[in-house]
Design a protein around this ligand. Structure first.
Ligand SMILES: Nc1ncnc2c1ncn2[C@@H]1O[C@H](COP(=O)(O)OP(=O)(O)OP(=O)(O)O)[C@@H](O)[C@H]1O
Length: 335
């Protein structure tokens, strides 16, 4: 478990302290995939670099499994850093070393593993990231997705309990992004590793994260289960991220809604209710006529969800709303 207790960070620039993270308290549970989403400069990298003490906090305490890491001396810190792996947007591989040597590098650097241990671990990791055939290639001979797989294998070499991912898929195309996210999800499930993942894309959060913190100007402005934050965003920054990920143009949407007659509702179906054929029966029961203004069906991690925006005229709206709610559908009145 990672606990931030009133942690803050300022950078000294030209003799002045510029705040990058305002006092923040939060808990990341062991074994979860925790997303941190925010625009450029929001403080995401700062927050993540505090977890492995690449940056020391200027205030507050960081506890990992009940130990205050902010009090570590140099030797504690070396041992601690082996427990925290990190992967980067631009992979940060050593260009003069082969894939196998890149993966072995942190184990050699640690100086506590035998040659056999290193060889066996590298082979095991090559298999895990499906790069057995590429072991003797150099980074320049690999695709972006393969480079990130090497990055992941290298980050796992010393058997960390926490994996930090700093925009790990931002340099990859959508298909490669999907395969790297699937690999991270498998690693999380099979190894029980805690993953903290920074991204500026809500879509990445939706696919792999259990919980998410939304950052804006050095503050966590919203935090919770991805399904809650994604389907019912409260803070304007969160709403922007969700609209962006759904490719919704707000002005277009407002124009469309202005032209539609009657009341406008947004229905959110989650889990089993996503597939329930509800609209026809509700229309019959309530006498309400409806037209569909927009709709989508997708997944949050492994859970299906659907969202429908409807314009409703005539009939008894209360009966319709009660019927939706009785079927476990969340109803939001937009107008
Ligand atoms: N080493 C540093 N020295 C001075 N200021 C810094 C330093 N690192 C970050 N900052 C500043 O702190 C703020 C937060 O930066 P940070 O890199 O944490 O944001 P971010 O959300 O990760 O942005 P990005 O997505 O662009 O990486 C920014 O205003 C940035 O300019």
């Amino acid at each position: 478990m990672i606990v931030f207790d009133q942690v803050q960070k300022s950078y000294q620039v030209g003799g002045r302290a510029i705040p990058a993270l305002h006092p923040t308290s939060m808990t990341i549970e062991t074994g979860e995939v925790f997303g941190i989403v925010g625009h450029s400069g929001a403080g995401k990298s700062t927050l993540v670099r505090l977890i492995n003490l690449l940056e020391p906090p200027t205030g507050g305490r960081i506890l990992i499994d009940d130990e205050n890491i902010t009090g570590y001396n140099a030797s504690d810190l070396r041992a601690f850093r082996r427990k925290v792996g990190m992967i980067f947007q631009h992979f940060n591989l050593l260009s003069s070393k082969t894939v196998a040597d890149n993966i072995a590098f942190p184990m050699k650097l640690a100086g506590i593993y035998s040659r056999t241990e290193i060889r066996d671990r590298v082979n095991e990791l090559l298999q895990r990231v499906s790069l057995v055939d590429q072991a003797n290639k150099y980074p320049s001979q690999l695709s972006g997705g393969q480079k990130q797989r090497v990055g992941i294998a290298r980050a796992l070499a010393c058997r960390p309990t926490i994996l930090l991912c700093d925009e790990a898929t931002s340099a990859l195309d959508p298909q490669t992004t999907q395969s790297v996210l699937k690999l991270l999800a498998d690693i999380n499930r099979e190894l029980g590793l805690t993953i903290v993942l920074i991204t500026h894309e809500m879509d990445v959060v939706r696919r792999v994260c259990d919980r998410v913190a939304v950052m804006d100007a050095g503050e966590v402005v919203e935090m919770g289960a991805v399904s809650d934050v994604f389907l019912h965003p409260k803070h304007p920054t969160t709403r922007d991220f969700v609209f962006e990920s759904e490719s919704i143009d707000r002005e277009d949407m407002q124009r469309d809604l202005a032209q539609a007659p009657g009341r406008i509702l947004r229905l959110t179906f989650r889990g089993e209710s996503t597939y329930t054929p509800l609209l026809g029966s509700v229309a019959r029961e309530s006498g309400v006529d409806f037209s569909i203004l927009s709709g989508r069906i997708d997944h949050i991690k492994d859970t299906p969800y659907g969202q429908l925006t409807l314009s409703l005229v005539g009939g008894d709206l209360d009966i319709a709303m009660n019927a939706f709610e009785a079927a476990d559908v969340h109803v939001e009145v937009l107008r």
